[in-house]
Design a protein around this ligand. Structure first.
Ligand code: PXL
Length: 275
């Protein structure tokens, strides 16, 4: 069996289960070595906290990349999440081009928005830079809000097949080969994930839970990446990640006063079983 090493580029939120504190353990649980490039260090994530610290690591990136190049280090896959600045996106594109093996998989979670709004600190310039990163990707994993910002289509919380097809066609025009669109709900009490290419549309529907948790987008993208790099098809990986994320939300609901993210640890055995 071939040995695979993934690089993930996203922030470290010291408190708050999201980004690197989620991606590293989940990808490791998938049996894959996970190298990290922290995009920024924050005292907490930005949802529901105020006064958090934010150390932007953009200026460290060129030297880190140059060292990897000197050492001949190249990755089998690169998965990006929450990034620290628009300028950083150019450095990440450089890493896509210079620090990857031939046929390396590039997975972009444009983690920048939810529920119709951009996260604090992101603006139109960042959205433009993210479009460029998406054009370089093999897989992009937006939620509906991110899809709207990337395409300029007006956000609506209720969707039908026509609206989703419109989003998908404009997302594919950005240049990514496969779109994995999350949070697609066509029926009350149900939601799901669409996996689409220029020639295909597949939908995995599952239950919509009444409780939601912060950081589930990162759980989803990390387990999708782990499953894909383990050899599952994009649809299988999307399904495994969807089922795992549901388990994490269910585990979280069992814990009284669990705040700042989802209890993804308790569901790790289920993820391993599904792989
Ligand atoms: O889960 C996405 C995410 C990652 N990193 C930071 C965040 C968020 C979402 O709010 O604030 C710092």
């Amino acid at each position: 069996m071939s040995y695979k090493r993934i690089l993930t580029v996203q922030d470290i939120s010291c408190v708050g289960q999201c980004s690197l504190t989620v991606a590293l353990p989940i990808i490791s649980a998938c049996g894959i070595e996970c190298s990290v490039l922290p995009s920024a260090v924050l005292s907490t994530h930005t949802a529901g906290f105020s006064g958090y610290t934010f150390r932007d690591l953009t200026d460290d990136m060129p030297a880190i990349r140059a060292h990897w190049q000197k050492e001949g280090l190249k990755f089998d896959a690169v998965y990006t999440g929450y990034l620290g600045s628009s300028k950083q996106i150019d450095y990440v594109i450089d890493i896509f081009n210079t620090s990857t093996k031939e046929n390396a998989v590039k997975i972009v979670d444009p983690a920048m928005a939810d529920n119709g709004r951009l996260y604090p600190g992101f603006d139109a310039e960042y959205v433009e830079a993210m479009k460029k990163l998406c054009s370089e990707a093999d897989y992009i994993l937006p939620n509906i809000t991110e899809a709207c910002f990337l395409t300029g289509i007006k956000y609506q919380s209720a969707c039908d097949r026509e609206y989703i097809d419109w989003l998908l066609s404009k997302l594919l025009l950005l240049g990514a080969k496969t779109v994995v669109l999350t949070g697609v709900s066509y029926k009350e009490g149900r939601t799901g994930i669409v996996v689409a290419t220029k020639d295909s549309y597949e939908y995995y529907e599952h239950e919509l839970l009444s409780n939601s948790c912060h950081g589930t987008g990162d759980i989803y993208a990390s387990s999708f990446t782990g499953a894909l790099v383990n050899g599952h098809s994009a649809y299988e990986a999307a399904k495994i990640a969807g089922d795992y994320t549901l388990e994490c939300i269910k585990e979280t609901a069992k814990i009284q006063n669990h705040t700042y993210g989802a209890a993804f640890e308790k569901a790790i055995p289920k993820l391993i079983e599904m792989l």
